[in-house]
Design a binder for this molecule. Structure first.
Ligand SMILES: [Zn+2]
Length: 189
């Protein structure tokens, strides 16, 4: 982690005291409500992305959808997430197109050895996540200088995306937030 990333992380914690608090009081599972993870791997003209977000961030609940409204909310969210180049917008000059987009909602998987006794208590809410994987190709990847996201306007519960970017030059970490829904990618290609 470089100094810039550390400062950015501290700034985010300062800007989101609620998130810091939530992190302390988080459930036993690996996810924190309000925070998703976006992994981006760029290799030549190919970009692979993986998004993992708490169901709470995407649809506002994590139990199994039972009512028609809940089921419709899940399907609508999946549809939005599948439209990856709308959710994660790349510069037009990069001439990118979606090759594959797979979106599923799944029960949160716990880390091996993690205590999850609480999850079996009757009435205890289950955690669930949305998991999306994408393959994108760009004719002019050298023009990928940044990314703009509609994630926070599409999904009311999302506050933060922790972003990992891997390119031939190495790996960098950054955050996109509701206040700053952009990612600077100059110099990573
Ligand atoms: Zn949860």
């Amino acid at each position: 982690m470089n100094t810039k990333t550390v400062i950015a992380s501290l700034a985010i914690l300062a800007a989101f005291p609620a998130l810091a608090e939530q992190a302390e009081h988080r459930h036993l599972g690996p996810h924190v409500h309000g925070q998703g993870t976006l992994d981006i791997a760029i290799e030549g003209k190919k970009i692979e992305m993986e998004l993992v977000s708490p169901g709470m961030d995407i649809v506002g609940f994590e139990h199994v959808a039972t009512t028609d409204d809940q089921k419709a909310a899940v399907e609508k969210a999946k549809g939005k997430l599948a439209d990856v180049l709308n959710v994660f917008q790349l510069p037009a000059a990069a001439k990118c197109k979606t090759e594959t987009a797979n979106v599923e909602s799944r029960k949160e998987t716990h880390q091996p050895g993690e205590k999850d006794d609480d999850d079996d208590k009757p009435g205890e809410p289950q955690h669930s996540e949305f998991h999306a994987t994408y393959t994108i190709t760009c004719e002019a990847p050298e023009n990928i200088t940044g990314m703009k996201t509609a994630y926070f306007s599409d999904f009311a519960g999302g506050q933060l995306l922790n972003v990992n970017v891997t390119t031939s030059k190495g790996q960098t970490q950054a955050q996109m937030t509701r206040e700053k829904p952009t990612l600077d990618l100059t110099g990573v290609m």
